[in-house]
Write a protein that binds this ligand. Structure first.
Ligand SMILES: NC(=O)c1ccc[n+]([C@@H]2O[C@H](COP(=O)([O-])OP(=O)(O)OC[C@H]3O[C@@H](n4cnc5c(N)ncnc54)[C@H](OP(=O)(O)O)[C@@H]3O)[C@@H](O)[C@H]2O)c1
Length: 249
């Protein structure tokens, strides 16, 4: 029996980058995966085909997760099409992440990041909670970043929004624990994906204790652990998956 057999998982931004590999990994473990995306239909369909070719189950749904009405429709569509509610929510999607000096940054630049990493997860969690509470169990996995420990300069809008996810994760864990729902924050280090094509990771890797950048599979295997019963007594935690590049928070 595969460890996520019978579960329904929603991966936001499941069409490319880390989300694509997370989706494939959860599907390989038996979950039916909803591959969410916003713009690039071809990439989303390719992500689903990768899963179905390997014998997994997946559904593609386009939805702008920064829009509350769209999120409600997304969750409703999942429930109607699959006849069940979402067991695992992976808050992974991201928009552009501009690197800006403080003087170049506007409040809108900060809001852009908060929209993805705080607003969208709030809409999503509110939409999936009724189903999780009824079942008395659920898994919420927020994808953060090691930048909350490093405080990278010229990146403050992103660092600020990713840092907000830490308090959000802890508060949600406290509030939802009695309902059997765990909430954790996974903080990747640098993991080159399609959008980093041509970027040399060696400068980053030379300071990492394990001497390499991350692989999408490093992140996906930790998501799988957090989504599974193996992690049932872990909640409210921030877990850095970055070869030891940071210690603690
Ligand atoms: N890769 C890294 O080095 C790294 C390091 C630390 C943390 N992270 C975090 O890991 C997560 C994934 O990053 P990534 O590098 O894999 O990103 P990515 O390759 O840029 O993929 C972003 C995904 O989000 C989707 N998306 C964009 N806008 C959306 C919207 N409004 N609604 C729904 N989906 C939307 C994209 O779909 P469309 O193409 O259709 O827009 C795409 O599937 C992010 O939270 C990021 O901050 C990544």
């Amino acid at each position: 029996m595969r460890i996520l057999q019978g579960k329904i998982a929603l991966v936001t931004g499941g069409s490319r980058g880390l989300g694509k590999v997370i989706s494939a990994t959860l599907a390989e473990a038996g979950a039916t995966v909803i591959v969410n995306y916003a713009h690039n239909t071809a990439a989303a369909e390719e992500s689903v085909q990768t899963i179905t070719r390997a014998g997994g189950k997946a559904l593609v749904i386009q939805s702008d997760i920064t829009n509350e009405e769209a999120v409600q429709k997304l969750v409703q569509e999942v429930e109607e099409k699959l006849g069940g509610t979402i067991d695992i929510l992976v808050n992974n999607a991201t928009g552009p992440q501009p690197e800006l000096a403080i003087e170049e940054s506007s409040w809108e630049d900060y809001l852009d990041q908060l929209n993805f990493f705080v607003k969208a997860p709030l809409f999503l969690v509110k939409a999936v909670l009724p189903g999780m509470k009824e079942k008395g169990e659920g898994r919420i996995i927020n994808i953060g970043s090691e930048v909350i420990s490093l405080g990278n300069p010229h990146f403050s809008s992103y660092v600020t929004a990713k840092s907000a996810q830490l308090g959000m994760t802890r508060s949600w864990a406290n509030e939802l624990g009695p309902s059997g729902i765990t909430v954790n924050l996974l903080n990747p280090g640098f993991v080159p994906v399609e959008r980093h094509e041509g970027i040399d990771a060696s400068g980053y890797a030379k300071n990492v204790p394990l001497r390499r950048a991350g692989l999408p599979s490093d992140i996906a295997s930790t998501v799988l652990f957090l989504a599974s019963d193996q992690s049932k007594f872990i909640t409210g935690q921030a877990i850095a998956v970055n070869g030891g590049n940071t210690f603690g928070i």
